[in-house]
Design a protein around this ligand. Sequence first.
Ligand code: C2G
Length: 130
Amino acid sequence: MSTTVITFGTFDVFHVGHLRILERARASGDRLVVGVSTDQLNIAKKGRPPVYTQDERAEIVRALRCVDKVFFEESLEQKADYIRDYSADILVMGDDWAGRFDDLSALCEIIYLTRTPAISTTEVIEKIRL
Ligand code: C2G
């Protein structure tokens, strides 16, 4: 039986930390479904829009070899619906979210992977600004 993995993220100013978590998420199963957060969700969450639009971010993620399917994540609270909609067996998130989604463990297995150290979208933006 094939195993579907689901993960979520903004993936703004795409960097190697994003690539590595997607590759490791895909290696946890047979098929990787990615929820890319919408511009609206980011504005609500962080008070500013991402550098790249949701269509650009989704286009980049969709082009990766390790990604099978991309959809837009409209709300952080809809994870249970997305897990059901895509029949996900495993939810993978970076460990900056450790423990945050444990209430979904009745629906699927939850795995938190270690983040790639010393890189983030914010740091890349800061470096370019200097
Ligand atoms: N990530 C990582 N290593 C980094 C940076 C990010 O492993 N150095 C991982 C994060 O842990 C996350 C994924 O890459 O699992 C996407 O990170 P972000 O784009 O920052 O996503 P975020 O804004 O946390 O949105 O529903 C959850 C949200 O949509 C997650």
